[in-house]
Design a protein around this ligand. Sequence first.
Ligand SMILES: Nc1ncnc2c1ncn2[C@@H]1O[C@H](COP(=O)(O)OP(=O)(O)OP(=O)(O)O)[C@@H](O)[C@H]1O
Length: 266
Amino acid sequence: MERLVDMNNVSVRTNGRVRLENVSFSLNQGEHRALLGLNGSGKTTLLQAILGQVWATEGEVHTWFGRHGRVNMQDLRREIGIVSNALDDQYQHRAGETAFNVALSGYFASIGIYEQAPERITARAENALHTFGVSQYRDVPYVALSQGEKRRVMLARAWTTGAKLLLLDEPCTGLDVKGREELIEGLEASLKSPEAPTVLYVTHHLEELPGAVEAATIMKNGRVQADGKKEHVLTDEEISTAFDVSGSIQWHEQRPWFITGGAPIR
Ligand SMILES: Nc1ncnc2c1ncn2[C@@H]1O[C@H](COP(=O)(O)OP(=O)(O)OP(=O)(O)O)[C@@H](O)[C@H]1O
């Protein structure tokens, strides 16, 4: 199994603030993983460290391309698909961009299309829109879509990259229950393909984790609190500690639900 990401004792400090402290983290190809933790626990910083958007002040970050600092980050980023609020924000001011163009731009890892895409890539973008159930919005401006439709177009964009790694940073934010279930269903079906990328799924909401996510890493205060197979990590104790609220985990068809049942832990 190929190792996609390997971080050894990574710390990140910005403007005197500790964002990650002594974090060791790895991700193997095909091992879809959840990244969990409270607001400010370091999840986004960890994704940024993988993307080379922040640099380790201590320790090393390796990907399948090699060690950060020695590889062309642009090449690496072209093989990483992203779904995040930050990426969505970048399209909000581009009124003329159709859903198809947004999906296609994934191939160029750009916001907007500035080159002619090869035919096999335009076909891939069309297929991806179809897979995520948004092909009927192909020629509709992205900004005119509902939040749920936008998220599915963003997933299609990530699929069009042909990415090896997919970083999903709270992909269900702003979705109603139906929108969330549709997105999870589309994702679950797509992950069955042998060409599917490996997913690193950041969320505060355990119930939105697709069953295909097998492993979990919990962050707390910039450190790794727990890491391993989801059955071992998503326990009442670990989650209550991570979220500072007591409760229990209930499993339903491989998806965990955190039922809070008490006062915040102080
Ligand atoms: N640019 C920055 N400069 C200094 N500190 C930062 C910066 N960005 C984030 N931080 C701090 O780093 C810590 C980790 O933030 P991060 O955004 O990684 O957390 P998170 O787990 O993704 O949170 P959320 O769930 O709210 O998105 C927080 O204490 C945050 O205030």
